[in-house]
Design a protein around this ligand. Structure first.
Ligand SMILES: [Zn+2]
Ligand SMILES: [Zn+2]
Length: 388
């Protein structure tokens, strides 16, 4: 980890000294990309959550404040509605603008981020998973990670044994390529399963793992979701509430009916509970393809947020790029806060070397069995390539 950070910091410094970053900044400026930042869970002290949460989902209050301060020195913050208006007006983004968002609806956003945002006068968008609100159970990916962290050492990190265990619950793990390559690491194994199985299959995989070891959802309060009262309080405080589906299903993997339920159902619930229109949607794990974007458009959302630079040319306002940050994003090898790393994240410089690996075409998942109900379903891959 320290070596990786050292390489990253050296790379960032090198890019700055050679002037390459300013070239890229210029390219970005001409492409008019406002900076939308995505966070997940906010915790008081990150050390308390070692082994008890997915680390890249966490940011501590202290680090969040440092990153927000840096962003505030270089960008003007907007609400998501203001940002959306700018997108729809077609006016160029000729000044550095930024918006802050939080995904997944963790209660820590209310307890820890809201006081900080209010103190600094920074608006934010909160993307919630409607069926988890007010319930003390864990998101599917959190539960899967926590179970794998316990089960993998018990089965000697053996891919065959995990495959047999999952197949006993009708989860077709044998078809997952690369399990052997990731089986040593519970996070990597979770990612492989999470990005290749439908949510129904993931729930069965969890049941299979629970035959080996049990964990109680109530023992992980930091991973619990907001209550509806908290969501309403965030709304009253001027934060923008958006949808992140009903159950955080990866929409590109679900069939058209489930995909539509996730997109439309969460919208209806949010509008009813908040008593106002909801316009913003964040794709779980940033996964989208033309069928998914069409469904989001038909549901009536006006703005959609991804986690990469790819856009759907038909609906650019429904594929707004976001940069995901967490605790370690701006840490140098000596655990200090790095202005240079923040600079590189804010200007997408690392994305030149780590391009998005997602297949945004309709070739996979929901697109395969897409019905003609979507606008122009016959059109193949209308998604543009990366903006840089
Ligand atoms: Zn999410
Ligand atoms: Zn992409």
């Amino acid at each position: 980890m320290a070596l990786r950070r050292m390489v990253k910091t050296a790379l960032a410094a090198g890019l700055r000294w050679t002037g390459a970053s300013s070239v890229i900044e210029t390219i970005n400026a001409t492409k008019h990309i406002p900076l939308v930042i995505g966070y997940h869970s906010v915790v008081e002290d990150i050390r308390m959550h070692q082994g008890r949460a997915i680390q890249p989902n966490l940011v501590s209050c202290r680090m969040l404040e440092r990153q927000l301060d840096w962003l505030g020195q270089h960008f003007r913050f907007l609400t998501l509605d203001e940002l959306g208006e700018r997108f729809e007006s077609g006016d160029p983004f000729n000044e550095p603008l930024a918006a802050i968002t939080f995904d997944d609806g963790y209660a820590g956003v209310y307890h820890h981020a809201l006081p900080l945002l209010q103190r600094k006068g920074i608006p934010a968008g909160i993307f919630v998973v409607t069926e988890t609100l007010g319930r003390h159970y864990l998101h599917v990916y959190d539960k899967l990670f926590l179970l794998l962290a316990r089960v993998l050492p018990m089965i000697d990190h053996n891919a065959e044994r995990l495959t047999t265990l999952c197949e006993s619950h009708d989860v077709p793990l044998a078809r997952q390529h690369g399990l052997k390559d990731v089986i040593k690491d519970p996070f990597d194994t979770m990612r492989l399963l999470f990005t290749t199985l439908t949510q129904k299959q993931l729930r069965r995989a969890i049941e299979a793992l629970e035959t080996v070891v049990q964990i109680r959802d109530e023992d992980f309060p930091a991973l619990h979701s907001l209550t509806w009262d908290m969501v309403r309080a965030l709304d009253r405080a001027g934060m923008t509430i958006g949808s992140h589906t009903q159950t955080h299903a990866l929409l590109t993997l679900e069939n058209p009916k489930r995909m539509a339920n996730q997109i439309v159902g969460s919208l209806l619930t949010l509008q009813e509970k908040l008593g106002k229109p909801v316009s913003h949607f964040a794709y779980p794990d940033g996964r989208f393809n033309p069928s998914v974007v069409s469904c989001v458009a038909e549901a009536g959302y006006r703005f959609g947020y991804t986690t990469c630079l790819h856009r759907d040319v038909r609906y650019p306002s429904l594929t707004i790029p976001r940069k995901i940050l967490w605790e370690n994003s701006s840490l140098d090898p000596f655990e200090g806060f790095s202005n240079i790393l923040m600079h590189c994240h804010a200007h997408w410089i690392f994305d030149l070397f780590h391009r998005c690996q997602q297949d945004h075409s309709d070739r996979q998942g929901s697109g395969q069995s897409s019905t003609p109900r979507h606008k122009k379903p016959e059109r193949v891959s209308p998604v543009t390539s990366s903006l840089i």
